[in-house]
Write a protein that binds this ligand. Structure first.
Ligand SMILES: CC(C)(COP(=O)(O)OP(=O)(O)OC[C@H]1O[C@@H](n2cnc3c(N)ncnc32)[C@H](O)[C@@H]1OP(=O)(O)O)[C@@H](O)C(=O)NCCC(=O)NCCS
Length: 152
């Protein structure tokens, strides 16, 4: 498996297939992709795109408090995390996050947070993320929790 930095448009097909199947591809063109800080990781097996994850230098009140108020610019959001269905459970998500920690630390990041789908809570828990606050509902997607961890 190879993990490399990719552009936002390169993530769209896999984001669409894994995170918003059956919806128009425009729904996975996130406004945050336009942020200067944004970067995206792609996982590839034999040049097939099998994993995607995106990162934005954005803060979150719950994660800020849980981390005991580091400078807000040290917080990063993980979004658009997905592995191709036929490859899930084979370590792609874990490998992308391990690469992400390196990329985030190089950018001064100390805290990573996400809006985690309830169906993916166990994945994030296994990777050291903790739940914060109350469950909330994202229309068309389902229940979520904010989760966070320190960037190692
Ligand atoms: C969640 C997701 C990104 C995980 O990616 P992955 O490549 O399957 O992750 P890994 O293979 O590295 O899994 C790491 C561990 O978490 C477990 N795991 C992965 N997804 C899980 C899930 N949804 N529920 C419970 N456990 C899960 C794996 O079995 C593995 O456990 P192990 O270490 O005991 O073997 C992937 O399953 C996915 O794309 N799901 C659909 C989209 C989605 O829900 N994305 C998250 C949006 S917030």
């Amino acid at each position: 498996m190879e993990i490399r930095l990719v552009s936002a448009p390169e993530t769209y097909a896999l984001r669409n297939r894994v995170l918003r199947p059956g919806r128009p591809v425009e729904v996975v063109d996130y406004p945050q992709d336009r942020l200067e800080s944004a970067f995206h990781l792609g996982a590839f097996i034999d040049d097939e795109h099998v994993g995607t994850a995106s990162f934005y230098n954005l803060q979150n009140e719950l994660a800020l408090a849980a981390a005991e108020n580091p400078p807000a610019e040290e917080l990063w959001q993980l979004r658009g995390m997905g592995s191709a269905p036929e490859y899930q459970g084979r370590g792609i998500g874990t490998a992308m996050l391990e690469r992400a920690y390196f990329e985030l630390a190089a950018r001064g990041g100390t805290v990573l947070w996400c809006n985690a789908r309830v169906v993916a809570l166990e994945f994030y828990r296994k990777l050291g993320f903790l739940v914060l606050g109350d469950e909330f509902f994202v229309p068309d997607i389902g229940p979520h929790y904010v989760m966070w961890r320190l960037i190692p």
